[in-house]
Design a protein around this ligand. Structure first.
Ligand SMILES: Cc1ncc(COP(=O)(O)O)c(C=O)c1O
Length: 392
């Protein structure tokens, strides 16, 4: 049979490492193995009831037809209000478009702003989709390494050493997936300084985990922090993580009006509007009271702390305290085995499912999620300790 010639575009990206491991975990579980899965990239609770209700009401009210590609006007206006009050970003609804998750917001942005060979600086560890999305737009991901021992701090010299005449974007992500790091003011200052010194460079601030923060921490949006640079800062956000609405696929892109317009054109010729009635659910989500998030954050705080303290006790592991999101990113004792081999072996031998750091650009780490029960986290820590003792 004739072999199909796949496009260069699709051949430029690698198949997901995580899918491979979760397929193996499923197979073992189906064969009766006791599996402890700490790889979740999504909250383990349900979306608020008010959101479910508003969505089902929208269906029965007939809010089920095509809508504007840029999103429902009411939702765009409500997001503009939220950005003004909560994030201190002063913009109009025309600076916002609704996308199929935060992922499509990043995808659209690079499709409309990158040309072949344009470079995008991505600090590692990074969310695994950034390099692939850059490549799909013809761009070149340029990785700046940060180190666990240095609290994954992005040093100015390291960042500027990667800037060339082709640099078009820098990506930052706080709170961070996979490290749980929350950028401090001094670090935001460095990023703002670099943008000021390099007028041709734009920035993506991925704030999808903004609501998942350790007690006492506050989220700072770079577009508000560096208000004079707001024209070059694109804020990415969505409803997936904070409201536990991962499968709903509602995100948004915030930036210059002409870019939002171009991105809406792209969306109108690709996926069209985000599901109309789901946007009604997102509108209701914006009305959810603070207590809902406080309650969830209390749970995450407790789990994060148990995970962090447990990891600290495992000999040979290096761990920074995660301050946001729901992950920890411990460093394994040494490089004798790759993170992929470690994850495969600990799945086979101890039934533990964690994500290899290689997927996030750091092959000596693993990502452990605390979007699961305390019992499971403690069970996972016991299995991890055994795996480390066996392999090192
Ligand atoms: C850092 C980061 N950005 C963006 C996304 C995409 O979010 P969404 O589900 O809204 O597309 C994720 C999802 O895991 C993420 O971790």
């Amino acid at each position: 049979m004739r072999k199909e010639n796949l496009s260069k575009r699709i051949l430029s990206i690698e198949p997901s490492l995580t899918l491979q491991i979760s397929a193996k975990a499923k197979e073992l579980a189906a064969n009766g193995r006791d599996i402890c899965n700490l790889s979740a990239g999504e909250p383990d609770f349900e979306a608020p009831k008010e959101v479910l209700k508003a969505t089902s009401n929208a269906i029965f009210d007939g809010f089920t037809k095509y809508g504007p590609a840029a999103g429902d006007l009411e939702l765009r206006k409500a997001i503009a209000k939220k950005l003004k009050i909560k994030n201190k970003i002063e913009i109009d609804f025309e600076n916002i478009m609704i996308t199929n998750g935060a992922k499509q917001a990043i995808y659209n942005l690079f499709q409309v702003l990158l040309n072949d060979g344009d470079e995008v600086i991505i600090p590692s560890p990074y969310w695994l989709s950034y390099p692939a999305i850059v490549k799909l737009a013809g761009g070149k991901p340029v990785i700046v390494k940060t180190k666990a021992e240095n609290d994954f701090k992005l040093e100015k010299e390291n960042l500027t050493s990667k800037i060339t005449s082709k640099t078009k974007f820098i990506i930052i992500n706080s709170p961070n997936n996979p490290t749980g790091k929350v950028l401090k003011e001094e670090e935001l200052n460095i990023i703002a300084e670099v943008l000021k010194e390099n007028q041709g460079i734009n920035l993506i601030s991925d704030e999808i985990y903004e609501l998942i923060l350790k007690k006492g921490y506050q989220h700072i949006s770079l577009a508000a922090f560096a208000n004079d640079l707001k024209d070059r800062i694109y804020t990415i956000n969505g409803f997936a993580k904070g409201w536990a609405m991962t499968g709903w696929r509602v995100g948004y892109l915030v930036g210059r009006k002409e870019v939002i317009k171009a991105s809406s054109s792209l969306q109108s010729q690709s996926t069209s509007n985000v599901c109309s009635f789901v946007q009604r659910g997102a509108l209701a989500a914006l009305e959810i009271k603070k207590e809902f998030f406080d309650n969830i954050n209390n749970k995450y705080d407790e789990r994060r702390e148990i995970l962090f303290q447990g990891l600290k006790k495992i000999k040979g592991i290096y761990i920074n305290p995660p301050d946001g999101a729901f992950y920890a990113f411990p460093k394994l004792p040494n490089k004798t085995i790759s993170s992929v081999a470690f994850c495969n072996k600990s799945l086979e031998d101890y039934g533990l499912v964690v994500v290899p750091g290689q997927a996030f650009g750091d092959d000596q780490c693993i990502r452990i999620s605390c979007a699961s029960s305390i019992h499971k986290i403690e069970d996972g820590l016991t299995r991890l300790e055994k795996a480390i003792k066996t392999y090192y």
